[in-house]
Design a protein around this ligand. Structure first.
Ligand SMILES: *Cc1c(COP(=O)(O)O)cnc(C)c1O
Length: 402
């Protein structure tokens, strides 16, 4: 497993599978450990000096099962130096921010960010003396005018996981670099396979691995992959905060990773087919999908992304909260629940306007009636079955909306 490839399909299969971690078998075993044993006192005393990932030290620093997964995620991200694993995507976001922020700093966050990221900024970071300002996700190079001497970091998310505007990440990163500001990206929707974040200028790229990496709705996990400049502080912050994932969870996440490329392609194809079908339905006012021409930032998506994954939203045509509930409750193949990225389809009602402070939602040209949104995660079921299910849901919506 020494030949490196820049092709996602090959990387999915080979990344992280070092012989010293796998032995003669295909997958690294689950190394369950708290204590790591040393040959003698001299070796014990040497331990802390060689305390790098990939070296036995103590269970909190992981074992080959976790190292293999972290190594694989680093390999998938061209230009990256290392990856830390966390027990959830939220832990990954918080720890990445804590690794760079100090009291008195200003943090810029995209207005369409994942809501718990905003929550962390408004509570914990505020207590710590960090001020957060929100920016319009379509700001692009205009971010320069929001950067002041106290600005330390910018937290981006691309696209937003409710409203799907696509940001101009290279332009934002360029403006940030010019002022010595750190850029962090929540890249959960695209993964490095569809958006190689560090190559595009990002300093730290964050995944809720819970979603596409794990891919089977059975593990919570997060990761942060950093450039050389930020790697050491990311790692030491995670260690000081005692972040570690279980080897069993790391094993499952690595197993998910092996099929990531083929799963993402299927999610992409199925979601596009369904998005275009929804777009033709009278009960649907608008589909919010980065690969569709009327999505804000679509041109940027075409320029920067290698694909689109399986999560998007749509706006119902008129109706009411009850009519929207009737639509979702009628669906049989779509579960009702949070998270996404698994093999099964999901639907939830969303209200993005609740989470906005720096940019209007809905945008003025969307019209006042277009406010009942549904977010769909398209799983790996047959698309004809999913479309038939959605058609039944829309019928129920129409009746309830009358
Ligand atoms: C789910 C999600 C997270 C958080 O991940 P958890 O593993 O659920 O903590 C972060 N960002 C985005 C965009 C998400 O969808």
């Amino acid at each position: 497993m020494t030949k490196k490839s820049d092709k996602p399909a090959t990387q999915s299969v080979t990344a992280g599978r070092k012989k010293e971690w796998t032995g003669a078998i295909v997958n690294p075993p689950v190394w369950r450990a708290s204590t790591h044993l040393y040959d003698n006192v001299a070796a014990l005393r040497e331990g802390p000096k060689t305390n790098e990932d990939g070296q036995f030290f103590y269970g909190r620093r992981g074992s080959p099962t976790q190292w293999s997964l972290a190594d694989a995620l680093t390999e998938m991200e061209p230009g990256a130096c290392g990856t830390m694993l966390y027990p959830s995507g939220v832990a990954a976001i918080s720890c990445a921010l804590l690794s760079v922020l100090r009291p008195g700093d200003v943090l810029l966050i995209t207005d369409n960010a994942y809501d718990p990221s905003r929550g962390f900024a408004e509570t914990f970071l505020k207590r710590m003396g960090v001020e957060t300002r929100y920016y319009d996700p379509m700001i692009g190079a205009g971010i320069a005018s929001l950067i002041c001497d106290k600005t330390r970091a910018i937290l981006m998310e691309n696209p937003g996981s409710l409203t799907f505007e696509v940001q101009d990440i290279p332009a934002i990163c360029e403006a940030a670099k010019a002022r010595g500001v750190v850029t962090l990206l929540d890249n959960t929707w695209a993964t490095p396979f569809f958006f190689p974040a560090i190559e595009k200028g990002v300093d730290m790229t964050i995944l809720a691995a819970t979603k596409y990496i794990v891919g089977h709705s059975d593990v919570m996990m997060g990761s942060v992959t950093a450039t050389e400049k930020y790697w050491k502080r990311l790692r030491s912050t995670a260690q000081q905060l005692g972040q570690v994932v279980s080897p069993d969870d790391a094993y499952l996440a690595a197993r998910g990773l092996r099929t990531l490329d083929v799963r993402l392609r299927q999610h992409e194809m199925s979601a596009l087919k369904i998005a275009y079908w929804l777009n033709t339905q009278d009960e649907v006012a608008r589909v919010l999908h980065p690969a569709m021409p009327d999505c804000p930032g679509h041109e940027t998506w075409k320029r920067d992304f290698k694909g689109a994954s399986g999560l998007f939203s749509f706006v119902l045509n008129g109706g009411s909260d009850d009519a929207r509930a009737a639509f979702i409750d009628t669906l049989e193949l779509f579960g009702i629940g949070y998270s996404w990225g698994g093999f099964e389809s999901l639907a939830i009602p969303i209200s993005p306007q609740q989470h906005r402070t720096a940019s209007a939602w809905p945008p003025a040209d969307y019209g006042v009636h277009e406010q009942y949104l549904v977010r769909l995660q398209i799983g790996l079921e047959d698309t004809d079955d999913l479309i038939a299910d959605l058609a039944e849901g829309l019928k129920a919506f129409k009746v309830a909306a009358q």
